[in-house]
Design a protein around this ligand. Structure first.
Ligand SMILES: Nc1ccn([C@@H]2O[C@H](COP(=O)(O)OP(=O)(O)OP(=O)(O)O)[C@@H](O)[C@H]2O)c(=O)n1
Ligand SMILES: C[C@](O)(CO)[C@H](O)COP(=O)(O)O
Length: 228
């Protein structure tokens, strides 16, 4: 019997760095809304049984999308920070393992999802990442370079991130309770003493964050279509 999973999609952000008139997940991208690309990629994966989308309490747009009535899509209200949105989403998860994937990452591929599941199941779970390619610098508060940082084991943390649901719930609750700075699920799991696996994924699995990212995401989506 093939193990299937739920994906929690945090989609309750406002996209402040995008500076658009609407939250970035609802910006047009390659013929549909950004979030529709992300959800289509997830729902078309054979091992994804359910997608739980965490939307902002005042989001009345998601309900207008055809995907809102998809039988394998559930909706819940997100929180004021991403970790709260994820935690709310986890309350609807019925599978032992859960993936968490940003709504703002539409270029995720099935191959990378398969890689993450395979590696994550062998241990405490894991996350997709891409190795840093540039020379890395640390600056001081005045914006002057302080020193060059050894990049040999530095990664960009991506999503999906993949963990046992109960362990992730506990780790997020503990981290939020301690007021810890949690920007991804792995940081909560690390704080709880787990050792998430870093799984090298595609660097085109970008998070659409700033205006210039939209054209890049369109290019990557188009390129990926040609690869299939
Ligand atoms: N309270 C929040 C904040 C963010 N997110 C989601 O987390 C993902 C990654 O966060 P980010 O790229 O930072 O999105 P925003 O918070 O919307 O962007 P910004 O920081 O520029 O406002 C996004 O899909 C976003 O919708 C969420 O569900 N709940
Ligand atoms: C989870 C994440 O995509 C990992 O890189 C990222 O932390 C989410 O974006 P944010 O700007 O940190 O909310």
């Amino acid at each position: 019997m093939m193990l299937t999973f739920t994906v929690v999609v945090p989609a309750a952000g406002i996209g402040s760095r995008m500076g658009a008139a609407c939250p970035k997940q609802y910006l047009p991208l390659a013929g549909k809304f950004l979030i529709e690309h992300t959800l289509d990629r997830l729902l078309s994966h054979p091992r994804i049984a359910q997608v739980v989308v965490a939307i902002a309490p005042d989001d009345d747009f998601f309900a207008t999308l055809p995907l809102a009535s998809h039988p394998r899509v559930s909706v819940i209200h997100g929180g004021t920070v991403r970790a709260e949105s994820v935690l709310n989403g986890l309350s609807l998860v019925k599978t032992e393992w859960v993936l968490v994937h940003d709504a703002a990452r539409p270029c995720i591929t099935h191959h990378d999802i398969d890689l993450l599941i395979h590696e994550g199941l062998a241990g405490d779970g894991g996350l997709l990442g891409s190795r840093v390619r540039d020379t890395m610098k640390r600056s001081d508060t005045s914006g002057h370079v302080v020193r060059t940082v050894d990049r040999s084991d530095l990664w960009h943390a991506l999503t999906p991130q993949f963990f046992r649901c109960l362990e992730l719930q506990q780790a997020l609750q503990d981290a939020l309770g301690r007021g810890a700075m949690i920007t991804d699920e792995a940081s909560a799991m690390e704080l709880a003493g787990w050792r998430p696996r870093m799984v090298e994924g595609r660097a085109d699995n970008i998070k659409v964050t700033r205006p210039e990212d939209l054209a890049l995401a369109a290019l990557f989506l188009n390129q990926q279509e040609k690869e299939t």
